[in-house]
Design a protein around this ligand. Structure first.
Ligand SMILES: [Zn+2]
Length: 333
């Protein structure tokens, strides 16, 4: 129902979103771009093809002025007057395609981007649990027979459709992630061998090279937990450890993007985070939305199975709707 109203309203949004966009900054968020089938993310992220990504960039360029990290900081502290509303391009998770596919496109177009990475996965030492879940869901789809024990582990009858089993696998959370390793044995997926063969993540050499080329490599926590599920102490441990890693290696340690979402993250975390005066701001991904924590900026997820133009129009329409009922700001207590 909500989706239908937003779609309807979006149809009335003007083409000139540079004008109608309700904030003076636009923060698009991507994870990967590829023309290939990436089994480790295809069930969890609707990544775009190179053509779709370039179309998004061209559309955004018409309406916004892309900025780099220094310009973004200057702008948000009132020291930079852009010609148009600004856009800062961001990527999360540090996937290899950022080096191989995205960076060449951005260099050609002269656009900066920052990638928020998890040091635990650099060099493919490990894989995020969501990627493991995607690989398992993929194997369930492709395998002819599945060990009945797999169904039992989720208390499912082994006559249910594969889709139901896939959904269960894809709903495993960070705290329950050990079950994915057990499942891998039974479904005959070898995460280590897959990592070695496909190298899903950036290598240390690549993140250094990206930094030399002028791109940002920043913090997305150590290994991608959902912050809303962690205690303040755990939140700070994973944040501080990543900050130290970035600083030691000469990466962009001034910012932090929440893994998954900042939903249910309370004010006490931000108070603690910004005690570190070297951290300039943090990023969520709730779409066009304001935040009672002024230094926490919300980004727009661009991998929703639609064109950048359609996503922007829907976001603008949705923001307008929420504004009517005073729901366009996240309040943290
Ligand atoms: Zn992430």
């Amino acid at each position: 129902m909500k989706e239908r109203i937003i779609n309807l309203l979006a149809a009335f949004e003007s083409e000139n979103i540079g004008k109608s966009f309700p904030l003076d900054y636009c923060l698009p968020l991507y994870h990967s771009v590829s023309d290939e089938e990436l089994s480790h993310i295809k069930h969890v992220i609707r990544y775009k093809t190179i053509k779709q990504f370039e179309d998004d960039l061209d559309y955004l360029s018409k309406n916004f002025q892309f900025v780099d990290w220094q310009e973004f900081k200057a702008f948000t502290s009132g020291n930079f007057k852009p010609k148009k509303k600004i856009a800062l391009l961001t990527f999360d998770d540090g996937f290899r395609e950022f080096y191989e596919v995205v960076a060449p496109v951005l260099e050609r177009k002269g656009i900066y981007a920052c990638n928020f990475v998890n040091p635990a996965f650099i060099d493919n030492k490990d894989m995020m649990f969501r990627c493991k879940a995607s690989l398992l869901a993929d194997a369930v789809e492709k395998n002819k027979t599945i060990d009945p024990e797999v169904y039992r582990m989720f208390s499912l009858d082994n006559h249910v459709e594969k889709g139901i089993l896939q959904k269960k696998i894809l709903s495993v959370n960070y705290q329950g992630r050990a079950v994915l390793d057990e499942l891998a044995e039974k479904i005959e997926v070898d995460f280590k061998a897959y990592s070695k063969e496909h190298q899903p993540y950036l290598s240390s050499e690549e993140v250094k090279e990206l930094t030399r080329k002028g791109f940002g490599i920043s913090s997305h926590s150590w290994d991608h937990p959902k912050y809303g599920d962690l205690s303040l102490k755990e939140q700070m441990e994973t944040t501080d450890k990543t900050f130290a890693y970035l600083k030691k290696n000469g990466f962009l340690y001034e910012s932090f993007a929440f893994p998954f979402t900042d939903f249910e993250v309370k004010k006490d975390f931000f108070d603690e985070l910004f005690k570190n005066e070297e951290i300039y701001c943090s990023f969520g991904c709730a779409g066009i939305k304001l935040d009672s924590v002024k230094r926490n900026f919300q980004r727009i997820p661009m991998e929703m199975g639609e064109s950048g133009a359609q996503i922007m129009k829907k976001e603008i329409a949705y923001f307008r709707l929420k504004k009517l009922v005073n729901k366009n700001m996240i309040i943290r207590e």
